[in-house]
Design a protein around this ligand. Sequence first.
Ligand code: K7E
Ligand code: CUA
Length: 685
Amino acid sequence: MKRQYLVPLVALMVLVLGAMLAASACGDDDGGGDDGGSSTGASGDLADIAAARGLTPEDQKHALQQFVPPGQYDDYIMFASGGHSGQVYVIGMPSMRILKVIAAFTPEPWQGFGYGADWGDTILEEGNPEGTELTWGDTHHPALSETGGDYDGRWLYVNDRANGRMAMIDLRDMRTKQIIAVPNIQTSHGGLFVTPDSEYAMITSKFPMPWPPGTYAGSDEYAEVYRGASAWLKIDQTTGLVNMDESFQIELPPYTQDLADAGKLVSDGWAFFGSFNTELSTGADFDEETDLPIGEPMEAGASKNNFDYLHLINWKAAEQLIADGKYEMIGGQRVIRMDTAVEEGILYLIPEPKSPHGIDVSPTGRYLVVSGKLDPHVTVFDFEKIETAIAADDFEGTDDYGIPILNFDSVVAAQVEVGAGPLHTQFDSKGHGYTSLFLESAVAKFTLGEDVLTSGEPAFELVDKISIHYNIGHLATAEGDTVSPDDNYLVALNKWSIDRYAPIGPLHPQNFQLIDLVDGAGPMDLIADMPFGIGEPHYVQIIKADKLSPLEIYEPGTDSLTMSADPDAIIAGEERIERNGNTVEVWMTATRSHFVPDILRVNEGDTVILHVTNIEQTRDATHGFAISQYNIQASLEPGESVDFEFVADKSGAYNFYCTEFCSALHLEMAGWLLVQPSDAVAAID
Ligand code: K7E
Ligand code: CUA
């Protein structure tokens, strides 16, 4: 990577120098663009182009840093949560080009996720909590699978903030294979991570809910009956799917548990998550006579305490408690109750400054960086001190639920004043932390302890700051959540874009900004903006592109739901139609540029089962299959076999067609579903 990075640097120096020389030589540039339309500077001379487009030497440098020539690939792939879209976006970096949308919680028409094809319908249906028919999610935190604390490019997990669910994406074909409606959890915000060897995906509740699930309790019973949970979802090491029978949970107090991170290296085996509303505020009831609120709204009620609690869980010890049978079954899950967790010494609290947001573990696992939204510092805890304090029973007491609280002073390494509204922190390999400052619209760079600092800078000091545009939430460095982050790029995920793009109405895009970390040596430099007008992506993870080895095509006849041979897949010549009572079953092939068979005759009310195999083995030879008026559409990728089942409940002649422009005769790739009315004279048999 480093070498690839140097090449553009050298090139840009040449270009900048060239541009400066050319600018001084030619003298009379016209500033470009003012005399009717903008010029592309078509003369071919670099300095002329820069002049015609009004690009400064700085602009030119940044353009070169971001540029990926036509036909070449990005060095990194970024997986971005799609926020309200309920999906995940695959983006190349540094070019910041969107390459794909991966449907996760929301029906997605291009791939046909949720439009009649069984893989998508099955996953969406299985992912519905009992009694719901959800058609969206609020994806927040993508988490790549890891081996030895490094991204391994196998699987991706993402949570649904709105409904407390998690989706599993197979990075072989970049499709969702499973949605888990996690029992005992209604909402989940930032609490998702994968452990360093992908043993578990951990997801925590956000707002607590009455326990056991299904019971009703009013807000007056909040402290007694409402509970949170830390859910440890066991990952199958061959498929990446979650095995709920081997999963377990730990009961938590009704604090609003928030962001979470896994321990790594020295802190491997531990989990950390922040919380707010340790005040247990439930908001204000409304007096119907005076039309005034009684009590305080949540915002005020939940911001009173100067400290909330960072939670610590020893998950390897929790695993052992489960093996020893020290659990109760709640909502179908094995749950370690709070008192057991306290008794067995697997759950602790640390006071953390007011209304915390992020908790991020440094690459060596020693430093835990937390940020309080209402405190201008990042607070850095030292895991070595935490271990010592736990061993020495160095507690300041317990909370109301009996959970031991470690002494703040015994475990803190430093507090660094970084600026207003710190949220999240990422790291480089040189001992720096980079913290997003929401209120200040900036990224602050600070140093960690001397044990990890390689730059000779003083420990625990603010060393650099860069403005962003505007109001940054998360930020991510390349390979940022691993034990070995890279030192080149940082992406700022900004909530407001205000004036950065051409006006397009009151709803503005979010704004990603690509920042050069200059090998961790700084000063940070803003390279490029990328509008994201799809939803609010909270978080991204960025992996080296060469760690991914996705399929180019499917093995012939693959069912993408199981990633194995579909028993109903066929080869050319095996096409057939079978009628069995009111069920018509069709085995169909798709290839350029026809479906076989292309006329399907059924009776009104028949159940139609369609197995369509794309028999192509050519890269990118994708077809689609859609039936007009029946809300059926799916992508048929090369080698893929897709199964549909529907009731032909509307009589008439319906056109079906290939929805992917696949060939010169793509428009001819079509056929008819002829549904004979039930009152017609002769039924088909
Ligand atoms: Cu800070 Cu939902 Cu990760 Cu947003 S969370 S910023
Ligand atoms: Cu097949 Cu278009």
